[in-house]
Design a protein around this ligand. Structure first.
Ligand SMILES: [Zn+2]
Length: 331
């Protein structure tokens, strides 16, 4: 599914914004559906890719694809398939958003089993493909604050060397960030590092409220902060890292085109920016493709790409020993 023609395929990359289920290679989901005798033909195009129109429909297709992921073993296989693909794109360190709702329905005991399976696959991928994974337990915002608390309880119980982050994803315009403050406070007290999607669809106010109410170190997307330069300066001053996903933004229409993407402006104003793929097969992108587009549209080259990887590693939710080990791979 990926073109081996990129000039930037081999440069070491760090990816901080990747939804595990959203990174599921279509062939993997199709294969699993066939094994289980499930008919998911409605969500695939004739060429084998995922088929949907618009963001709401994307969420529905995403959840349909997740139906084949019925237990820990399926998530172990999914994790391995995703990490093999990421490693083939030159990614040496990645973080993945994991949902205790999708993995055990918010039950702590079930979540433990899913997480153990995912971690087992991560260890195998580290040995076999040379890629390091850390997990970020993530609230699905459109399921509401009560489910968010279940997610927080699961995350608090399993925080550690592998599960290092806590996040907020899903439909951004549902409710306000403060609705999730209890969950973020609990996660912070358990030592988890915090990120939240904001400013992909919402305006600068959503980004500002997220920073104020959830006290995050990173923001998923955050691109609409560009409409308020005082906010951009505040983000830069606080050292908050943006997990920018340009291909995703263009594909879903959050920005009109690549040339309109605010990434270079945010970087020029001193914001710590990283580049990720979000849900790569859904958006028909890869990390190498993102780099190719950044070169074509903004004339990015090796120094910008090395800077992005270093910023990503500095903002990674991992312990210092892991950071140092990965840093050697960026050299
Ligand atoms: Zn995302």
């Amino acid at each position: 599914m990926t073109e081996p023609t990129s000039d930037w395929r081999d440069i070491p990359k760090v990816e901080l914004h990747l939804h595990l289920e959203g990174a599921a290679p279509p062939a993997f989901i199709r294969g699993l559906a066939a094994e289980k005798g499930m008919d998911l033909s409605a969500i695939f195009r004739p060429d084998g890719g995922y088929r949907y129109e618009g963001f709401e429909h994307f969420l529905q297709v995403y959840e349909a694809a997740c139906q084949v992921l019925t237990g820990p073993e399926e998530f172990r296989r999914l994790t391995l398939a995703v990490l093999e693909e990421s490693a083939s794109q030159g990614v040496v360190y990645t973080e993945a958003f994991l949902s205790p709702e999708f993995c055990g329905g918010g039950d702590v005991g079930a979540w433990r089993e899913y997480l153990a399976a995912i971690q087992d696959a991560a260890m195998q991928a580290e040995r076999d493909f040379g890629i390091t994974l850390r997990g970020c337990a993530t609230i699905i915002r459109h399921l509401g604050p009560d489910k968010g608390r279940d997610t927080a309880r699961c995350a608090v119980e399993t925080a550690g060397d592998f599960l290092t982050g806590f996040g907020l994803a899903g439909a951004e315009m549902m409710g306000r960030p403060g609705d999730y403050a209890w969950s973020f406070d609990a996660a912070r007290e358990a030592g988890l590092r915090l990120t939240a999607h904001a400013g992909e669809w919402g305006g600068p106010d959503m980004v500002a409220d997220t920073i104020r109410d959830l006290k995050v170190e990173r923001i998923g997307h955050g691109i609409n902060a560009i409409r308020d330069l005082a906010l951009v300066d505040d983000i830069a001053e606080k050292g908050i890292v943006l997990e920018v996903c340009p291909g995703s933004n263009v594909f879903l229409g959050a920005v009109p085109s690549w040339k309109d993407h605010p990434l270079p402006k945010l970087m020029a104003r001193g914001v710590k920016c990283t580049v990720s793929t979000d849900d790569p097969p859904f958006f028909h992108t890869t990390m190498s493709n993102e780099y190719d587009m950044l070169e074509q549209v903004f004339d990015f080259g090796e120094s910008e790409f090395r800077h992005l990887a270093e910023t990503g590693l500095a903002g990674a939710f991992c312990d210092e020993a892991t950071r140092e080990r990965v840093r050697k791979r960026l050299a």
